[in-house]
Design a protein around this ligand. Sequence first.
Ligand code: SF4
Length: 345
Amino acid sequence: MNPVLVLGGGPAGLSAAAELAALGAPVLLVEKAEYLGGNPKRWHYSLLAPDLTPAEEVMGPLLRRVEDTDLIERRLRSTVTRAEPRDRGFRVELSGPESSGWREVSSVILATGFDHFDSRRKYEYGYGRYPALIDFKEFEGMIHDDRLTRPSDGALPKRIAWLLCVGSRDVQVGNPWCCRMGCAVSIKQAVEVRQKHPEIDAYVYYMDIRTYGLWEDLYWKSMNQYGVKFVRGRIGQITQAEGGKRLVATGEDTLLSRPTEVPFDMIVLASGMEPGTGTKDAAQIFGLHVGPEGFLTPKLSDLNPVDSGRPGIFLAGAATGPKAIPDSVTEGMGAALRAYKYARD
Ligand code: SF4
């Protein structure tokens, strides 16, 4: 049996590869970065929402399952540049320092993930210009490494605000969709801060809170147990004050219908999820349909969310839209079973 090509080494791709190996199928795992683990590894995710499980406790076992088997051939810093369908399976061209040239594969799983919205596109906030304005993937690294300091003077910040929906639900930047994870992750970060440093005031600015399903519990706990404060409002602009020591968030409190202007030591932007560059490339190379948002679209998203509609090509994880890690892992398993069946039939 030719290997199953798994494109992408984040949670969905790792899960798919590990599941295929458990079935005894050979796998060719191709990842464009120089490491496996996707965005959780890249941005040093700290604790995962909503249960505050250390990210390592999820990603570590997944990585070990992939690294501890000879059935998975791992190709890092590599991409697929061309693909040709065969009677059964595909011929794909790999490009990378360790391996170039054509390979035969029995089926394909696209787990190409997402990119975070580049907050510089919200010019009015000043991301990239103000050191105390960071986005929540960078904040993950700060709390993961226990280096929560105010950039202006290295002191512990006293007041931190989170702005939700940055680059999401925003037609001006072309992203009308909800990022699905921004509320829960921001609230989780505010809880982590309050757990470690109860003396820091934590504010969350929201349009409405979307902690779906059982995740709602984290929202209530954050208020009742950890004292996180929520302000329904839109922040239209952020400026620097006191020579860069503070940031001032200006906008409207939409519950009280009045303008608001509040100083903070640090502001964290909940930057949304966009289709990854790898997803766009994969769509082109494999001739797949993308929706108006740029994500890959399953043929029947309700009935078979991992089936691309093209024989032998399966989809998993945030390549088809914003998704939490457990959902990506589950889809990776589903795609693995479908790819295995296709390769064996
Ligand atoms: S999940 Fe929350 S932060 Fe993200 S777009 Fe939806 S409402 Fe906004």
